[in-house]
Ligand binder design. Structure first.
Ligand SMILES: [Zn+2]
Length: 526
């Protein structure tokens, strides 16, 4: 490792490191909660930061600290089971923000605060219901998509359901004028791979557009999850604004029954109520905590995860686990008793699920200091095993990353890839030319609970999550501690080439992100 500045002789340094771990371990053990709130009565005092050691020297202790007793599990349980699903604008979201500030402080990182931004439209679901009234009579289980307009008629609507196949141009052409004022029914495949997940997102805007042009009253999406499992998304890249047309997701078991009726060519009629509450702008808050570097404190690494979640489940795998993990990684770095050369900012973004809103707002609010961002490391894929990181197509990052992250090898993190996708809060950093790292991770049970009512605390693998905390802490420390930046900020021209080569350009076009990049409203200015 490149780090050389040491304030102690090597022998006393070793002793100092060991005693910090012992102290940190016993302090943490005393914090194990007896009450539902793991932070009540906790003591934020911890090891002081006076020692500067290299990441390679610190890594074994960081691993031990992360894998040992900590508040990680209790914190996650509080965030998911006590606070619950956390849509921006809800009381639960505000509680989560307050809790996160307190949790960073309890982790010993006292420089913790909130940064506000505005989401244009406030939204919550009402009592959505639907009943097939012809040719048979039965209730269907369904939920509104996020930020769907309400069915505004009081008492709901009664209308036809029209099959548009997979929602492609041919499906709508076949439905023709029968789609007008009807509910168009879109078939979908079961969610069995990440490719299918991205296909669902990339297909949606065009389908919504077709339904809107056909003057349909609403869209019913067949659930991509099996059985009766329900979940929620939005499909609007602008984020935090109303969808073009009312939409609901129909439980697959019920959707298949409807599909059989439609296939029999009998007119299918439904009574549908969806009194969503739509309001004015809402304030949302990112939570930011910082450990200042000893040499170049104005330069910083961002270690982030999103704090918000959808609300049918508890937002545990997506992404309460990583929000709690980032707080624990802050504890691990702090408890090491050592400081990296540059700062680490631990950021819990809000409004990710509505279209990466918090990270976009963060990047815009900090436009003046983006030259100082060394990297953005973003966790958002549940608690499966991490095998490496992807650079979103940046080849220049691979070699220096491999060198800097050598201390991660004992944790099985050694594969670095060029994989690229628009899927989480690294996106706006990437559009600013900032090196971004997203873990390459085994999906484990992530997709089967994705945005669903089944995304609950019990689905998280705590042992694996503790390992993630070590990985995150070491990664952030290592990149913040390099003598030189490990990779440069890209120019707009370089970003443009990256988007094209990595396939991101195509995805941005399909999902509607492209115009804002092209006209300079989003991303590095020309
Ligand atoms: Zn997520």
């Amino acid at each position: 490792m490149l780090r050389k500045k040491i304030f102690f002789g090597s022998r006393s340094r070793f002793v100092a490191i060991v005693s910090f771990w012992l102290l940190a371990g016993s302090a943490v053990a005393q914090l194990i909660p007896q009450t539902p709130n793991p932070l009540s009565g906790s003591d934020s005092s911890s090891a002081g930061c006076s020692l500067q050691a290299s990441c390679a020297e610190l890594a074994p202790g960081m691993i031990k600290s992360a894998e040992g007793p900590s508040l990680l599990e209790a914190n996650l349980r509080y965030l998911t089971e006590t606070i619950g699903g956390r849509i921006p604008g809800s009381a639960a979201n505000q509680k989560a923000v307050d809790w996160a500030v307190a949790a960073f402080r309890a982790a010993g990182v006292t420089d913790a605060k909130t940064e506000s931004f505005t989401i244009p439209v406030g939204w919550s679901e009402g009592a959505t219901s639907a009943k097939i009234v012809a040719p048979e009579t039965f209730e269907v289980r369904l939920v509104s998509t996020g930020w769907s307009p309400a069915i505004s008629e009081s008492g709901g609507i009664t209308t036809r359901i029209v099959d548009v196949g997979m929602g492609d141009a041919a499906g709508f052409a076949e439905a023709g004028d029968s789609a007008r004022d009807a509910i168009v029914f879109v078939h979908q495949n079961l969610l069995e791979s990440v490719d299918e997940l991205f296909a669902e997102y990339t297909r949606a805007p065009a389908i919504i557009d077709r339904a809107s042009k056909a003057h349909a009253a609403a869209i019913f999406w067949m659930s991509v999850q099996p059985g009766a499992l329900l979940y929620r998304h939005t499909s609007t890249p602008g984020g935090g604004v109303l969808e073009k047309i009312p939409q609901a997701i129909v439980a697959r078991d019920d959707a298949e029954r409807v599909a059989r009726l439609l296939a029999a060519d009998a007119p299918v009629r439904v009574h549908f109520e969806m009194p969503n509450q739509v309001g004015g702008p809402v304030e949302a808050k990112n939570v930011v905590a910082e450990i200042r570097g000893w040499d170049k404190p104005d330069d910083f690494v961002v270690l982030g995860a999103h704090l918000d979640s959808w609300d049918l489940g508890e937002g545990a795998l997506d992404n309460g686990c990583d929000a709690s993990m980032v707080i624990d990684a802050a504890r691990v770095v702090h408890a090491s008793g050592s400081l990296p050369r540059r700062s680490i900012r631990f950021v819990l973004f809000n409004g990710e699920e509505e279209g990466l809103l918090g990270s976009r707002a963060y990047v815009e609010a900090h436009r003046g200091e983006l030259d100082h961002v060394i990297a953005a490391i973003i966790f958002d894929s549940g608690s499966g095993k991490i095998t490496g990181y992807s650079t979103s197509g940046r080849k220049d990052m691979l070699l220096p990353m491999r060198e800097a992250l050598g201390p991660l090898e004992p944790l099985g993190v050694s594969g670095f890839t060029l994989d690229a996708a628009i899927g989480t809060d690294n996106f706006d950093f990437l559009l600013q030319g900032i090196p971004t790292l997203v873990p390459d991770q085994e999906l484990a049970n992530y997709l089967s609970n994705y945005h669903a009512s089944s995304d609950t605390f019990g689905k998280v693998d705590i042992v694996s999550l503790k390992k993630q905390s070590a990985i995150a802490a070491i990664t952030a420390y290592a990149l913040a501690d390099q003598a030189q930046r490990f990779a440069p900020r890209q120019t707009r021209l370089q970003i443009r080439e990256l988007l094209s080569e990595s396939g991101l350009e195509e995805q941005m076009k399909l999902e509607g992100f492209w115009p804002d990049w092209q006209n300079g409203r989003r991303g590095r200015q020309p």
